[in-house]
Design a protein around this ligand. Structure first.
Ligand code: SF4
Ligand code: SF4
Length: 146
């Protein structure tokens, strides 16, 4: 099962994980093109919470029994039994935001423009989640059984 673990003691609150998460979910996968030219702008699936001096990147836990999946009224969320990822199908999403209400970690984000949600997919299709590979202080660790 794949997950991202956080080392809050070395998080410096730079918010680069948010930036690179958005890039990972952009059309171009390019930092400049994504923010300068893409419309709509790509959205991050991670949020850095601050209670200074403590900062902490809030990540989807890809829960073993995900409340978001149970609450979804349209079958747009499911847990992949092989990878353990909790995956969102935007075509099936009806934008009821039940998942936003029930996620105990506040890790489902509203896509206001499309009236749907976005959530972490552990950068499906990429070798390594961009938040992990671009954290300058190695505060994020990717663990996977495979
Ligand atoms: S979105 Fe929230 S409830 Fe769903 S798997 Fe991630 S942490 Fe768990
Ligand atoms: S907002 Fe979309 S993914 Fe979330 S519970 Fe509603 S239909 Fe399911």
């Amino acid at each position: 099962m794949a997950k991202i673990l956080v080392k809050p003691e070395v998080c410096i609150g730079c918010h680069l994980c948010e930036v690179w998460c958005a890039v990972a979910h952009s059309k171009s996968k390019n930092l400049i093109k994504a923010f300068m030219y893409e419309d709509p702008k790509p959205l991050p699936r991670v949020a850095v919470e601050e209670d200074l001096p403590l900062t902490f990147p809030l990540q989807c836990r890809h829960c073993d029994e995900p409340d978001c999946v149970s609450a979804c009224i349209s079958g747009a969320l499911h847990k992949d039994p092989e990878s353990g990822r909790v995956i969102h199908d935007k075509e099936r999403c009806v934008g009821c935001y039940s998942c936003v209400l029930v996620c105990p970690y506040g890790n489902v984000f509203i896509d206001h423009e499309n009236r749907k949600i976005v959530k972490c997919d552990l950068c499906a299709g990429l070798d390594m989640p961009y938040c992990v590979s671009n954290c300058p202080n190695e505060a994020l660790i990717y663990v996977s059984d495979s």
